[in-house]
Design a protein around this ligand. Structure first.
Ligand code: GRF
Length: 202
């Protein structure tokens, strides 16, 4: 059974989707054991606690550098013997120190079809660019910005009357299905990364 930690800064709808998948039995080889947040009042912390998952706020203000903060996260994650780190709306760029502590053991979900529209505003960028299709991407985290090997992607059409709000909610509905699927594949040892390519074993 793989031990999963979810790092998040906000609403926590992806955490909810992952916990629901676990409840349904769709995460047969993984269990969420810990939720960490860099934001004291993030709703994700309450959601985790309600589901009976240990949830901790780790305050960036207590650390003078990104490395020092990330080392604190790594210490907590290692103490909890975490096998997979899941970033779900964690609004900080993790440092090389963090990435090297969990090589090919960190997943992220991004609201665009990478490598298009990386960064914090993937939905806004797709609309501003006039893209007709966008979507979401689950990828391994490397030392770049939204640049690691892609695990799963799914397209979402942009419709004429879309606003940031309507497009985001359609993309998120897909995220809530795609992320648990990717996490399950990881936990069952079905992902193999060679260079930039991530193969799904059968
Ligand atoms: C997700 O939509 C994801 O694409 C982005 O952050 C958002 C987090 O949403 N990385 P939530 O907190 O899971 O609701």
């Amino acid at each position: 059974m793989k031990r999963i930690a979810v790092l998040a800064s906000g609403r926590g709808s992806n955490l909810e989707a992952i916990l629901e998948a676990e409840k349904r039995g769709d995460l047969s080889s993984g269990r969420v054991v810990l939720v960490l947040s860099d934001c004291a009042d993030a709703p994700v912390l309450e959601k985790a606690k309600k589901a009976g998952v240990k949830a901790l706020f780790i305050d960036p203000k207590n650390h003078s550098s990104r490395e020092s903060y990330d080392q604190a996260l790594v210490d907590v994650l290692k103490a909890a013997q975490v096998d997979l780190v899941v970033l779900a709306g964690f609004m900080r760029l993790v440092s090389p120190l963090f990435v090297r502590s969990f090589p090919m053991q960190i997943l992220n979900i991004h609201p665009s079809l990478l490598p298009s529209f990386p960064g914090t505003d993937g939905i806004e960028q797709a609309l501003a660019h006039g893209a007709k299709v966008t979507g979401c991407t689950v990828h391994f985290v490397d030392e770049g910005l939204d640049s690691g090997p892609i695990v799963l992607q799914e397209a979402v059409p942009v419709i004429q009357r879309d606003t940031v709000h309507t497009l985001r909610s359609r993309v998120q509905a897909v995220e809530h299905r795609l992320y648990p699927t990717a996490i399950d594949l990881f936990c069952r040892g079905m992902l193999k990364v060679e260079g930039r390519r991530c193969y799904i074993l059968d």
